[in-house]
Design a protein around this ligand. Structure first.
Ligand code: HEM
Length: 123
């Protein structure tokens, strides 16, 4: 892959993950407190951010020649996205049973951040 295009994907990846978590937190609180403010816009935004993370992550993974630790990071990132979706859907519909998904969310996020920042990996 062209170095400049790789840099673009990389910047998208590191530039949007925190934003994704912030939009998730805001949407969760809006649903929890039943505040009908910009819900549609934020919902669409978070889906676009999921897409940006997945596409840019896949591009980085490709450039890194599918090294095992990044394949694992990618899979756990998908589990994290799944947990966020379930939490948002359940909270919106006032359903119980989110605690197991919060546990998955927390565990997956911890692993994704550690692997994303190469903690404990000597390259
Ligand atoms: C919710 C989704 C995701 C989050 C929160 C996330 C978070 C992160 C973070 C924090 C980093 C480190 C960025 C930095 O160095 O400043 C990173 C890097 C990376 N991510 Fe993700 N990511 C997500 C999805 C994905 C997906 C779906 C894939 C693969 C298909 C992926 C593959 C990678 C790769 C290969 C790196 C590069 C690691 C390195 O250069 O050391 N990510 N990600």
């Amino acid at each position: 892959m062209n170095a400049q295009i790789f840099l673009l994907y990389y910047k998208v990846h590191i530039g949007t993950w925190l934003l994704l978590l912030i939009v998730f937190g805001i949407l969760f609180l809006l649903y929890k407190w039943k505040i009908p403010f910009a819900n549609r816009i934020l919902r669409t935004t978070i889906w676009l951010l999921y897409l940006a993370q997945i596409l840019s992550g896949a591009a980085i993974l490709y450039t890194y020649k599918f090294q095992a630790q990044y394949i694992i990071k990618g899979i756990i990132s998908l589990i994290l996205i799944y947990a966020m979706e379930v939490i948002l859907r359940k909270t919106k519909r006032n359903r119980s049973g989110t605690s197991a998904y919060w546990f998955i969310w927390f565990t997956a996020l911890s692993i994704v951040l550690l692997l994303g920042f190469n903690v404990g990996i000597n390259n």
